[in-house]
Design a protein around this ligand. Structure first.
Ligand code: CO
Length: 154
C-alpha cells in the first residue's frame, strides 16, 4: 500500500463527474488499498477516488473502526427522512459545516471482486455514504452546508 496525495478544494479535479469503473482488476484494488491507507493516515471516515486524483466512481467509508465498506459504481436506491449533521472533508481541511442529509439510505454497488452489494444505513453512516457519493459528481459538502466554520473552534 502507498499513501497518496489528497486533492484539496480549489483543484478542478474535485469538480468533475467521475466515470464508471469498467473493469475491476488489480489496478483498481491497489487504488482502493491506497485510498484506505490515505484515509486512515488523515483520520478520515470516508474517501472517494477523485480525492486521490482518480476520476472513477468508487469510494469507501469507515464510520466504525474496522468496518470498511468499499463501493464501486454506487447507485442510491432509496433515501428517507432528513437530518442535519456536522461534516468535514479531507479535501477541505480545517473546516466543518452542517449539512442536511437523508436519515436513511439504501445504496447498491460492486465490491472489489465485482460482486453486487446492497447496504442500508442510518444516521452518520447514511451521511457518510451521501457525502462520498457526492464526490463522484463533483459535489462538495461545502456546496450544501450552512454554518461553515473552523474545526478548531469545536
Ligand atoms: Co469529502
Amino acid at each position: 500500500m502507498a499513501l497518496r496525495n489528497i486533492v484539496v478544494e480549489g483543484d478542478d479535479i474535485l469538480r468533475k463527474k467521475c466515470r464508471e469503473v469498467t473493469e475491476i482488476d488489480d489496478r483498481i484494488r491497489t487504488i482502493l488499498d491506497d485510498m484506505l491507507e490515505t484515509m486512515r493516515a488523515y483520520n478520515g471516515v470516508g474517501i472517494a477516488a477523485p480525492q486521490v486524483g482518480i476520476m472513477r466512481r468508487m469510494f469507501m467509508i469507515e464510520v466504525e473502526e474496522g468496518d470498511v465498506i468499499e463501493l464501486i459504481n454506487p447507485e442510491i436506491l432509496e433515501m428517507r427522512g432528513s437530518v442535519w449533521e456536522d461534516e468535514g472533508c479531507l479535501s477541505v481541511p480545517g473546516l466543518i459545516g452542517t449539512v442536511e442529509r437523508p436519515e436513511y439510505i439504501k445504496i447498491k454497488g460492486l465490491d472489489r471482486f465485482g460482486n453486487e452489494v446492497i447496504h442500508e444505513a442510518e444516521g452518520f453512516k447514511a451521511v457518510a455514504f451521501c457525502h462520498e457519493n457526492d464526490h463522484l459528481d463533483g459535489i462538495l459538502y461545502i456546496d450544501k452546508a450552512k454554518d461553515i466554520r473552523d474545526a478548531d473552534e469545536e
